[in-house]
Ligand binder design. Sequence first.
Ligand code: NAP
Length: 328
Amino acid sequence: MKKKVLVTGATGFTGGYLTEELAKRGYEVRALSLANQNVDKLKELGVDVVIGDLTNKETLIPAVEDVEIVFHIAAIFREQNVPNQYFFDVNVGGTKNLLEASLAANVRRFVHCSTVGVQGEIKNPPAKESDPYDPGDVYQRSKVEGEKLALKFFKENAIEGVVFRPVGIYGPGDLRFLKIFRWVNSGKFRMIGKGDVLYHLTFVRDLVDGIILCGEKNEAIGEIFTLGGNQYLKLSEFVKLLASILGVPEPKASIPVWPVWLGGLLCEIACYPFRINPPIYRRRVDFFIKDRAFDISKAKRLLGYNPKVDLVTGLKMTADWYRQENLL
Ligand SMILES: NC(=O)c1ccc[n+]([C@@H]2O[C@H](COP(=O)([O-])OP(=O)(O)OC[C@H]3O[C@@H](n4cnc5c(N)ncnc54)[C@H](OP(=O)(O)O)[C@@H]3O)[C@@H](O)[C@H]2O)c1
């Protein structure tokens, strides 16, 4: 009999790839989707779509019925124009609702998607899973609370629980990294600060392989895993690599950090009451000034996690997709 699984966030970037791969591997996949989303692609894959909202527990009951494994990928993440409380409503309250509904439905395993952002800036890179929490913004704080809640729930209840923390996720279909691709491609890129911080990415398909291992392997139960690519590098090296992949000259100019950070703060204050996206915000500046490099050896050792797509190949595939979609 096929294993029945639920994926939340299946209309999003990572959840979409995960859903497709699970269906390809013969799982019977159900997807939770907010109302009014385009679910045609999911339906084409033979996925059973249940309309629901993490903040409304009643709507989750049909989603978890007869499910063996829940992959909880959905989160509020990129949104800048929502009240801070909404991050907690979805990333903490929504996780609690889904955990409770899953337990009541006798779900065997719950795979919870966190983020390496729960560790914020890394003091002694590369960070291990056991290094302390140090969230730097409202999204990261909500992910810490969601992760802690899930870990406590796993300890106190008869459900197999796994937490994984992805590093920055990129690949065809992602629009978050499009900004830096465009900026470098335009020749107008300016490094904010020295560019000597470390940066770590994962190609989305490699991440999906890791997520599925979290759902399948007994060694995963009760553990936290950082899932990232094999390679991390200095931001300046990353930009140089990106420029060579895009076929443009390496950007050399830089600007100091503090005026941009202050500008970000002022933009956030000015835009927040009007619920509009600030043109610059501090989280964007953090990208240039915080070390983020992670040790992925635990996932390799316990799960057999083995990222296959090197950075050059992955960035080329992503650039090709942006060009194909006329985004670059
Ligand atoms: N992208 C990264 O670099 C990165 C790095 C580390 C960790 N993560 C984590 O990875 C996960 C996936 O990230 P992503 O980049 O793939 O995000 P994404 O594309 O923004 O997808 C998020 C998904 O969550 C769904 N969602 C939001 N609120 C919901 C609610 N109230 N009820 C049900 N579904 C809801 C969204 O639905 P709609 O499609 O309807 O909007 C969307 O499908 C998240 O947990 C994120 O925290 C991401």
